[in-house]
Design a protein around this ligand. Structure first.
Ligand code: ATP
Length: 268
């Protein structure tokens, strides 16, 4: 199916508290989405207070854009539809019109709903001029037309949330339809510590485990990199048959870091 996931709001299982750091991003999303979806009557009069029809999350890979989209649906009490830009264009060449119509009519039935378009640049990337494949062009135009065509009643309750690592590849016409663009940055040391605390919250840690040291030597790590590091460290005691202790300790993390050439942590 060209829709990669449809999840009812109550079953998403991720909320903002499960996401470390990104406080400012969560606050902005709450303001732009949660409030209008939960209290549409506040936005039904006047000209200035209009719910946002489109938001773009952009930033390096693994920084939690997908996670934010899912958690936002939970917070806003919205159902969640996820489509991946690259699947839409490569697999379904030719069926553009039918698929786009189906997606939007499905969304109207599921409102309030967030349509999360991951890799939105591959679906709605810059027009490729004469070289652009005809089917891609059709898909893009169909998608934008359906988006514009959302009746105002629906537009309060259907949000297109796009995500990309390559914002500069987006078509200008698409950028205009995503009036709010939110940068999801790599975490700094303080935020890496917050993320690590979430991942290691239920692990059996050595009493002298030093979150700040680990946060300091993982400069440049995304949330996803930190998660992989913690998983690898948690596996170590199991692999080393220390199952009866099963503790994540400085030595476990150090040996993973040694493999990754992050010697500072070991020496610190
Ligand atoms: P991509 O651009 O590669 O699609 P993304 O920005 O959408 O990446 P996610 O898929 O949301 O990133 O993140 C990958 C995994 O990393 C998530 O499942 C989550 O477990 C973890 N993760 C990333 N950032 C955070 C964070 N701030 N707090 C908690 N977990 C995080």
């Amino acid at each position: 199916n060209f829709i990669s996931a449809v999840v009812p709001s109550g079953e998403i299982g991720v909320k903002f508290d499960d996401i470390g750091a990104l406080e400012e991003v969560k606050r902005t999303l709450n303001e732009l989405v949660t409030l209008p979806m939960r209290r549409p009557e506040l936005f039904s009069h006047g000209n200035l207070l209009r719910p946002c029809k489109g938001i773009l999350l952009f930033g390096p890979p693994g920084t939690g854009k997908t996670l934010l989209a899912k958690a936002l649906a939970t917070e806003a009490g919205a159902n969640f539809i996820s489509v991946t830009g690259s699947t839409l264009t490569s697999k379904w060449f030719g069926d553009a019109e039918k698929l786009t119509k189906a997606l939007f009519s499905f969304a109207s039935k599921l409102a309030p709903v967030i349509i999360f378009v991951d890799e939105i640049d591959s679906l709605l990337g810059a027009r490729g001029g004469a070289f652009e494949h005809e089917a891609t062009r059709r898909m893009k135009n169909e998608f934008m037309a359906a988006w514009d065509g959302l009746r105002s009643k629906d537009s309060q309750r259907i949000l297109i949330l796009g995500a990309t690592n390559r914002p500069f590849d987006l078509d200008d016409a698409v950028i205009r339809r995503l009036p709010r663009r939110i940068y999801v940055d790599l975490p700094d040391a303080d935020n890496r510590m917050k993320i690590l605390r979430i991942f290691l919250a239920k692990e059996n840690l050595e009493p002298e485990f030093k979150y700040n040291k680990l946060a300091n030597v993982t400069e440049g790590y995304s949330g996803s990199d930190l998660k992989n590091l913690c998983i690898a460290a948690a596996y170590r005691p199991v692999q080393e048959l220390l199952a009866e202790e099963n503790k994540v300790g400085t030595e476990n993390v150090s040996s993973v870091l040694r493999q990754l050439n992050l010697d500072d942590f070991i020496q610190a």
